[in-house]
Design a protein around this ligand. Structure first.
Ligand code: COA
Length: 323
């Protein structure tokens, strides 16, 4: 075995659509501002389903499209930062909901780069002969953390899930790249559970549990990180930028993707973009886009496809895959 292949994919988004027009009634914004600054027109919001429910639907679809049974799955790796409980993990809940009784299941938090990080782990497990089939899911219910009074952020995010099944193959993942920049972490935060116990004189002040972002700093990081990551996987994979057929970028902002396309001197039409419909779904954005590109037949056999993501942490990750 020399490669790890993506056998198939699946995705699921909640049915409630929140349009830019709807947001005009919630914060001081306009459809025109959101479209010109981000490219986003609408996003999905979960109202009657939790993170593990959304992830499970995407997972079942990925299994079906891959023609792999739930019992064959050795690992379930869920990239998320928005699980409904700290324990059990979203991955364990998905295991139970889909009946993957033979799997080891765990979550991974790489923020918006999480799906790429999980893919890297899945590939490593198969290459190390620790697994034959790995289910990798990116899922996020970011609406849990949105501050609906903050127009700087509430217009950007959405909910959804995407999943793939990995297996041994004679082509597939050619190379991967990842890096983190912990020193820049406070540019993009969602508060957690700070130190607080009976032995302390004063509990540590908690960070706000809604999304806070220095938009300009993240934008600057995203553009350079994305360009560098694409160049790196092309170089490591032994191909030129011209040999890349399709790029599936993290769907955060059309302007970030446009900037990257210019910097890389690559036609913007090589970038698969669906952020107009879903906004930024964090770790779910790349697998949702990948699934749509596969379903529409845009990704064809033997194409060189690069998936690339960046996000909180700050983090970046990319992979070059031969389909
Ligand atoms: N509607 C209307 N006006 C808005 C607005 C909104 N939703 N959000 C911000 N504004 C206003 C600002 O208040 C500011 O007004 P001012 O000039 O009177 O102060 C003006 O628009 C410009 O704001 P600015 O932040 O400079 O806009 P921008 O062009 O940099 O775009 C982002 C803001 C958030 C879209 C952009 O910085 C971005 O995409 N950053 C990266 C975000 C990202 O990808 N995060 C996720 C990483 S995984």
């Amino acid at each position: 075995m020399s490669y790890v292949e993506i056998l198939g994919s699946g995705a699921y988004v909640p049915s409630k659509i929140l349009s830019n027009k709807d947001l005009e009634g919630i914060v001081d914004t306009s459809d025109e501002w959101i479209v010109t600054r981000t490219g986003i027109r609408e996003r999905r919001i979960a109202v009657d389903e939790e993170t593990s429910d959304v992830a499970s639907v995407a997972a079942k679809r990925a299994l079906e499209n891959s023609k792999v049974s739930k019992e064959e799955i050795d690992y379930i790796i869920v990239a998320t930062l928005s699980g409904e409980t700290i324990t059990p993990s979203t991955a364990c809940m998905v295991q139970s909901k889909i009946g993957a009784i033979n799997a080891t299941a765990y979550d991974l938090n790489g923020a918006c780069s999480g799906f790429i990080y999980a893919l890297i782990q899945g590939e490593a497990l198969i290459k190390a002969s620790k697994a034959k089939k790995v289910l990798v899911i990116g899922v996020e219910i970011l609406s849990k953390f949105v501050d609906w009074k903050d127009r700087n952020t509430c217009v950007l995010f959405g909910d959804g899930a995407g999943a793939v099944v990995l297996s041994e193959g004679d082509k597939g993942i050619i190379t991967t790249y990842s890096k983190s920049f912990g020193d820049l972490g406070m540019c993009l935060t969602i508060g957690g559970t700070p130190l607080n116990n009976i032995f302390m004189e004063e509990p540590v002040k908690a960070l706000d549990s809604s999304i806070h972002m220095e938009g300009g700093s993240v934008f600057k990081f995203a553009t350079s990180a994305m360009v560098e990551a694409v160049e790196k996987v092309a170089l490591d994979g032994g191909i030129t930028l011209d040999d890349i057929d399709i790029i599936i970028p993290h769907q955060a902002n059309y302007r970030i993707i446009e900037y990257a396309s210019k910097k890389l001197k690559m036609d913007i039409n090589k970038f698969f973009i669906n952020l107009d419909k879903y906004g930024n779904t964090s770790s779910a954005s790349v697998p949702i886009a990948l699934n749509e590109a596969l379903e529409k037949g845009i990704i064809k056999t033997n194409m060189n496809v690069v998936m690339v993501a960046f996000g909180g942490g700050l983090t970046v990750g990319a992979t070059l895959v031969k389909f």
